[in-house]
Ligand binder design. Sequence first.
Ligand code: F6P
Length: 341
Amino acid sequence: MKVGILTGGGDCPGLNPAIRGVVYRGIDLGFEFVGIQEGWRGLVKANYEPLGLTDVEEIIYQGGTMLGSSRTNPFKNPDDLNAVLENIKSAKFDAIVACGGEDTLGVAAKLYSQHGVPTVGVPKTMDNDLSCTDFTFGFDTAAGVGLDAIDRLRDTARSHRRVIVLEVMGRHAGWVAWYVGMAGGADWVTLPEEPLDVDAMCAHLNSVRARGKKYALIVASEGTNIPTDDTEAVVDSFGHVNLSNRNVGEYLASEIEKRTGWESRHAVVGHVHRGGAPTLFDRVLGMRVGMKAADLVNNREFGKMAALVGTNVVGVDIVQATSVLKTVPADLLELIKSTRK
Ligand code: F6P
């Protein structure tokens, strides 16, 4: 079979191990591979290169994606969609393996369900917000970067007797904020799943200070519900607002200082989350879902996504996986309350 592989959406560590996993397994199955460049844009523009063992052999420890990425949505423009369908036909692809989050895999789901394109999905996102899979690769590395940041901020916050707010990515799901906040021992965590209560946060900071603690740390998800006007915001081709422009960390630090009189600073992890070598967990998960994707192609189980369920990697329905965002559930939100002492 001739199989095209692409990576779309925000890159994250684990994509290269996943590409390698697809190719390594596919070699055993007799597949020929083509690397589609820069996500769905590569199929709009017919931009691909052959992909073989020596191309992927060395990439297991590398962040980013050797295939490049973009946030191209071919369903935005009928000419782009026609080009994708034509190019798949003329390149004689028997299957497309798409590595991506809800947007990239949403395109794979629609191409399969509406146009019969044989697609298989590999779930990736540092946001960990894809349904039907317990974890996505990229999350462990990205949250680890956030954890390193809060550990460093603790030193300087303590020295200067300050409050420091760390803004982390994660879009409309608070997974990164929850993990970094819990593992980093934050005094307060704000995330998109909960209404923002600045009064309660400041009252807590006052009580923390009153009991003698000399510094405090807040972890704030970029998707925190701060009062903001998004009506003029620029959106990407999938309709997403760029949340980093809302300056959640800066807003919270200034409110805290105003309301409590406690000197406050903020720091933003931003795209630093997405770089660097994938962790052990992300390398192994990337490899396993990549290998499973090759198996799904071999079994002609199209319209499926390779997913981690418990400790097993299984095929799940790609439409289902991309139709609802997986956010932090109530029981985990409840645990945050017990850490506010
Ligand atoms: O979806 C991954 C992510 O890093 C989000 O956490 C963040 O909101 C977004 O991508 C940033 O996108 P871009 O790289 O286009 O600025």
